[in-house]
Design a protein around this ligand. Structure first.
Ligand code: TA6
Length: 297
């Protein structure tokens, strides 16, 4: 399934789901179902592989991704939470980009499987360590539904006695055949160019991948389509609970700069992220919940 991982079977959870570990003790949930294959780590509740039978993978994973239960994994769907990008300086110094959820150990809640696919539920609760970084009690639930579609549903519950504001993203790395074979349709015209000092720009609602791209698009009011002529498929992305979509390709220089991405890695991945990036963030009153989703079909 994932050629560059060598795993040992630890525990069969259900006919098509098993818990396996690698030599570093990283725990993987492996799904080998009649209709699909998939894999995720408890480290970050990180979906790293999803592939329907007789099709190229939908989700991209770096061939040089690092699995050490510490670092964020390059590829898959990192859960960026409770902030997107650099941390607010008011929270302190040297805080990790994209929050703490993607480098935290999550707990498996339950799994279900049917003839069509699987549903996997995971949870992350605030801890003494998290409270030192982000001073709120919380409970995160992630539901991953894999069948003919791939849906991630992240529910944030405010367990504290005061309101909090969060940001983040379901930072999906999609697998593409090549940049020149792909076009993205259905994005909003208005976007902030993170490569140009967050300049507000107006562009086309169709995008080609022919250079480094790091853009925050105002939430699209339609589904976004990634048309791939070589793979002869269209991946459709629909998001809810987000205020924006982030589109990203590190391109040549960016890929070369990452130790955990091969130099040609940019040729087979493109990120379309369901994100909360607005400065105002997402308010969650004490005792309340908010849900962020992405559906790839
Ligand atoms: O989502 C786009 C982005 O914020 C880019 O600016 C780039 O930094 C990318 O995420 C990857 O971030 P990471 O912290 O995983 O290296």
């Amino acid at each position: 399934m994932i050629s560059h991982l060598s795993l040992n079977n630890v525990n069969t959870i259900s006919p098509s789901i098993s818990l396996q570990t690698d030599e570093n003790g990283v725990e993987f949930l492996i799904v080998e179902h009649d209709k699909l294959n998939a894999a995720l780590t408890l480290h970050g509740a990180h979906l790293i592989h999803f592939q329907k039978k007789q099709q190229p993978p939908v989700i991209w994973l770096s061939k040089t991704a690092i699995f050490d239960n510490k670092k964020a994994i390059r590829g898959g769907v990192p859960i960026c939470w409770p902030w997107f990008g650099p941390a607010d300086p008011s929270l302190g110094e040297n805080l990790p980009a994209h929050g703490i959820a993607r480098t935290s150990k999550w707990t498996l809640i339950n799994t279900e499987e049917s003839d069509n696919g699987v549903v996997i539920k995971l949870q992350l609760k605030s801890s003494e360590a998290s409270l030192k970084i982000w001073p709120y009690e919380f409970e995160l639930k992630l539901q991953i539904t894999l069948d003919s579609e791939c849906k991630l549903t992240l529910t944030t519950e405010n367990k504290s006695n005061k309101p909090f504001i969060y940001g983040g993203a379901l930072h999906t790395y999609l697998n593409i055949s090549s940049p020149e074979s792909v076009k993205i349709i259905g994005i909003n015209e208005k976007f902030t160019n993170s490569l140009k000092n967050k300049r507000l720009e107006t562009g086309d609602t169709t995008l080609l991948i022919d250079q480094a791209i790091d853009s925050i698009y105002k939430k699209s009011n339609t589904e976004i389509q990634l048309k791939d002529s070589q793979f002869q498929r269209t991946l459709t992305v629909s998001n809810t609970g987000n205020d924006s979509e982030v589109l990203w390709s590190p391109w040549v220089e960016g890929a070369q700069a990452f130790a955990d991405m091969p130099d040609n890695g940019y040729q087979t991945m493109f990120c379309i992220e369901s994100a909360i990036t607005q400065k105002s963030g997402q308010l969650v009153e004490a005792g309340n919940t908010h849900t962020l989703t992405t559906l790839i079909k």
